[in-house]
Design a binder for this molecule. Sequence first.
Ligand SMILES: [Zn+2]
Length: 364
Amino acid sequence: MSGTAGGTGAGERRRSKAIPGATLAFIGGSGTLGLPFPESAGMDGVVVEASGLVWDTPFGESPPFKLIRFEGLAPAVLSCRMHGRRRGVDRGEASRQVFWVLREAGVKRIISEGGVGSANPLLDPGDLLLPTDYIDFSLRRAVHLAEDHLCIMRESICPEIHSILLRACEEEVRSNRGRSGSREGEGVPPLGRVFSRGVYVVTDGRHFESPAETAAFRQWGGDVVGMSLCPQVYLAREIGACYAHLCLIVNYGEGVVKPWEHRVLAGLFQEAAPAMARIVIRSLRELAAGEQDEGKPAPEEPAKGIKRDDGADVWEQTGEPKGEPAVETEEAVEAVAAGAAVQRRCACAGLRRETLLRDELADL
Ligand SMILES: [Zn+2]
């Protein structure tokens, strides 16, 4: 950590009108909740430019964000925690607040993480899994920012961010194994193996699953069970951002291998936080470096696709910008332009959303 110059204290919240431009975002879950992020990573060259940033959104006040940058790299990261445990704010609303801010900032690539239970008996607490698909078993109503589109959920996890996360996980596990002070003696497993694919079953919580539910999820092809992936993955697609998720297995599902222990689960949340933070920081830094290397779009190739129609912002894959840009600061416009360039390169960029044709539907 090279410093926090310009930032506010961790507990301080400040309301800011302007949302800074940022092309990258990190949404923290239970895997990094145990300690302050990104400070817990203990890595050099990570600059927290501001913290406690709170904005009013159409869905209520946002959780506090941090603005992070890497030394020598221009792309900025907006970071927040989904597990705010804010009284009276459910996960759907919190997700809409977060993604509204990310859209206004021009975010085009998102990493998130969270703790999960196992449904696949091959998994153990301490293992890491990068999901490649999901089944949404949550009973919440549809969560979205606007109602004028259909999201295509083919290849919902960005293969490019996924592969960057995978390399970062493998590097962390390799370095962790050699570390002294293994937690095995305390009954808390060290980071285990890294699984590069799996199906994430999403539930509402807060209760855990029954043995029969876990068995059903396994029969469906589910590998892990958690509460984070949806609706994040829908909202990421809605704002036109690439998205990938990192899971830390913190407990066996009911009826899988053996009864889970609270001591192991709680220990992992605390003990794994620095390793999880290092994986995320390495990945974000690589994404930022990639964006910087590949440069901004040429001047004759302006950013396309963000427009604002009376507050109902719409992302379209192509088409000329209409109306005012969603974000108006110079930095933000640059960020949106850089994000648009990134999106054109990415393997999942072609799979975004189809805008509903209201007139055609009205004729049906
Ligand atoms: Zn992508």
